[in-house]
Design a protein around this ligand. Structure first.
Ligand code: APR
Ligand code: ZN
Ligand code: ZN
Length: 381
């Protein structure tokens, strides 16, 4: 084990202006602090939450910033007090903390917001909000969700690191870092979808398709995808969608009416995987009167509130949110990895594109144009 790690100079894709292409710059990555590890990133992928924080001018106060929170890498060095992780371990970072020891982390039913190392969208390391990146002029560069994987090296708190078995290919492990785990986790841990039930998914990005994969895994009989991009249906069929509704193509009827027809009055489970308040209301209105469950997974793109009828809640419908699909990284990601290796969980369809790190901006174009689910971004090795 390296005793006193030194700063590392390496390349990172830095965001200097909201919505503008990232710039590949040389930066310095400080050694890991107490309860932190420094990770050499092998591959990383772009999630829509990166896009949300990258393009909204309201977040420009946190620039320059290094985005990225889905990745797979190898531990390069350890800070003070790190237990249970070694240099050379293959790991997946996660944006949500999981100390493994607090009341929430130990509980089955208190959700997944660790109390020892609280989650925050503010830049800085989670325990003291200090930074580990500096640019070529010696100025600090903000991190993102404590991960910042659009860099050849990054420093991550131990509560945000899950060791994964060497048997899983890097790009499949990377998928489990956020989006795919969010969708499958929400089906399993938040909704607890049963065999034979009907599931509607608003938004067929990687998160939505991961809900579809989770629904297939758990035996849902109707899996209905809603998206304005008809190209999503072809890939949807491979993943197990049984129906597809394009809100732009519903004629006289509304999306909600069509879903109610397909599901004999309303779906058992509706998932919003876009991040638009009106679609969250549509999801709620498409669910079965008296028992339907709506799960919000999208981060509202414009910060808008949602409108729902309280009488419907009174009659038994429920609406619930879930960050990271209720997943606790250290417990649940190894289970998902094992299910992939056992060929029970299908991940192959999620990687639609691959680019080298220097072409990272292509990954943004592909996601923004609705062409990709996940574009795997490979670091030069
Ligand atoms: N109606 C129906 N579908 C829509 C609409 C709309 N008005 N607007 C967008 N969509 C579809 C897009 O066509 C796309 O297929 O929603 C899908 C969103 O997918 P991605 O952009 O790939 O997003 P993803 O990475 O899956 O994340 C989805 O979950 O984690 C959060 O922040 C993330 O809010 C985002 C959501
Ligand atoms: Zn905890
Ligand atoms: Zn994400």
């Amino acid at each position: 084990m390296e005793k006193s790690p030194k700063p590392i100079r390496c390349k990172a894709a830095v965001c200097r202006a909201s919505g503008e292409p990232l710039l590949i710059e040389e930066i310095e990555v400080a050694p890991p602090g107490a309860f932190e590890v420094r990770i050499k990133i092998i591959c990383t992928s772009l999630c829509h939450s990166d896009i949300t924080f990258w393009r909204r001018p309201v977040f420009s106060i946190y620039l320059p910033r290094i985005f990225g929170h889905e990745a797979f890498g190898i531990i390069e060095s350890l800070g003070e007090g790190v237990k249970g992780l070694e240099v050379g371990d293959t790991v997946v970072p996660t944006f949500l903390t999981n100390c493994g020891e607090c009341k929430v982390c130990e509980s089955e039913n208190l959700g997944n917001f660790c109390t020892t190392v609280p989650f925050s969208v503010m830049p800085g390391m989670p325990r003291d909000r200090t930074l580990r990146f500096t640019d070529a002029d010696g100025r600090p560069v903000n991190n993102f969700l404590g991960v910042s994987s659009f860099s050849e090296y990054t420093v991550v708190d131990v509560s945000q690191v899950t060791k994964v078995d060497g048997g899983i290919p890097p790009e499949k492990a990377c998928l489990l870092s956020c989006g795919v785990s969010t969708g499958v986790g929400a089906v399993r841990k938040v909704a607890a979808v049963e065999a034979g039930s009907s599931v509607v998914i608003f938004g067929l990005g990687a998160v939505g398709f991961a809900v579809a994969e989770g629904a297939r895994f758990h035996g849902a009989s109707k899996i209905i995808g809603v998206d304005i991009n008809p190209e999503k249906f072809e890939i949807g069929k491979k993943i197990g969608l049984t129906h597809f509704v394009n809100p732009k193509d519903t004629g006289e009827k509304s999306t909600v009416e069509i879903i109610k027809e397909i599901t004999d009055g309303g779906a058992d489970y509706c998932f919003e995987c876009i991040g638009l308040a009106p679609l969250m209301s549509d999801a709620f209105n498409s669910s079965r009167v008296g028992s339907g469950k709506t799960i919000i997974l999208g981060v509202e793109i414009h910060g808008n509130p949602i409108t729902i009828d309280s009488a419907e809640i009174l009659c038994g419908k429920c609406i619930i949110g879930s960050m990271f699909g209720g997943i606790k990284g250290k417990i649940d990601i190894p289970v998902l990895a094992k299910q992939y290796l056992n060929k029970e969980l299908h991940l192959d369809e999620f990687i639609t594109h691959q680019v080298n790190f220097k072409d990272i901006n292509k990954a943004f174009d592909l996601l923004l144009q609705g062409k990709s689910l996940r574009c795997m971004i490979w670091m030069d090795q």
